[in-house]
Design a protein around this ligand. Structure first.
Ligand SMILES: *[C@@H]1O[C@H](CO)[C@@H](O)[C@H](O)[C@H]1NC(C)=O
Length: 318
């Protein structure tokens, strides 16, 4: 069935980024900066939520979970990309490549489901405020954070087990900046019909189910908010949900951007760099969207910084 060279590859070449040395230096600094901001910002959110008992409500616990998934998903590919930029090598071993793919699927699926869970939480809070504590009891919150983990690992395992059956023979050059499922399939010289079918079915359900929950939640939320009589209450509800909605739009914008402007069809450096930035921006801006617009979160962060580093940061006159 397979013709030509049958030797399987032991490593892949990630063509991802610019080959010009000058550009590589700038990119290294840019990506390192973005990565540090992502880790620090999301790390602060996790610390603020975990250390503040007043923030132990479903909304903030889900937010901390999202921050954790954001740090993890950036960590699946940015450190490797930085090392490759610095060492001027583009190779990644077969095993690392499969591992990278596995975890990038896991965290993308978790992000997706957590956005759905957060929308559902706001829906209950705004549309059924009287029953909020009965509906969102700790047991359900636990389930809503554990199920995405279990489910995303099943999804990633399915894709990975199907992928490792494939033979790679002609080329090991990936026109991408990390080992992603779709470019790997394109590279294989085996028949990938089954893999593609599974991607379509699983991918659609993974995206459509949370998306439907988000859509219906926000329709109810917007209708409920418009019915509120007090302008102050209306503004408060809008500002919380506005930040959630911004993240949802960014996330689905990124997915659409990547699917409709696939990296491989635009071989120029600029397009690839744009795609990387796009993927890195959502996890990076999440903490800012939340903490800048949210009074409780702001207070908790300020308290955290004062308590932990207060001695060195506090002005002598205050
Ligand atoms: C994630 O959510 C669960 C349950 O809602 C909570 O117990 C846990 O502490 C959260 N994780 C983080 C990192 O805050």
């Amino acid at each position: 069935m397979h013709q030509g060279n049958q030797t399987t590859v032991s490593e892949f070449i990630l063509l991802g980024l610019s080959s010009e040395t000058e550009k590589q230096k700038v990119l290294f600094a840019l990506f390192l900066g973005m990565y540090l901001v992502t880790v620090a910002g999301n790390g602060l959110i996790i610390l603020a939520v975990v250390l503040n008992t007043s923030l132990h409500t479903p909304m903030y616990l889900f937010l901390a979970n999202l921050s954790f998934a954001d740090i993890s998903s950036s960590s699946t590919f940015i450190p490797k990309m930085l090392v490759n930029l610095q060492t001027k090598s583009q190779s990644i071993s077969y095993n690392s490549c499969i591992t990278q793919m596995y975890f990038s699927i896991v965290f993308t699926v978790i992000d997706n489901f957590l956005l759905g869970v957060m929308a559902y939480d706001r829906f209950v809070a705004i549309c059924h405020p009287l029953n909020y504590t009965t509906i969102m009891h700790p047991m359900l919150c636990m389930l809503l954070t554990v199920i995405p983990w279990v489910f995303s690992n099943i999804v990633a395992l399915t894709h990975t087990l199907l992928l490792i059956q494939l033979v790679f023979c002609n080329s090991n050059t990936l026109p991408h900046f990390f080992c992603d499922l779709a470019p790997l399939l394109k590279l294989s010289c085996s028949d990938t019909t089954v893999n593609e079918l599974v991607i379509l079915v699983v991918g659609l359900s993974v995206i459509l189910f949370p998306f439907t929950v988000i859509l219906f939640s926000y329709i109810c939320i917007i209708r409920a908010v418009l019915r509120l009589s007090s302008l102050g209450k209306r503004w408060k509800a809008f500002s919380t949900c506005g930040s959630h909605l911004t993240i949802v739009l960014l996330f689905y914008g990124t997915i659409l951007g990547i699917y409709f402007c696939p990296v491989s069809t635009h071989p120029e450096d600029t397009d690839k760099i744009g795609a990387v930035l796009f993927t890195m921006v959502t996890p990076m801006v999440n903490p800012f969207i939340y903490s800048l617009r949210n009074k409780d979160m702001n207070g908790a962060l300020r308290k955290l910084i004062n308590k932990k580093w207060g001695l060195s940061l506090r002005c002598p006159h205050t």
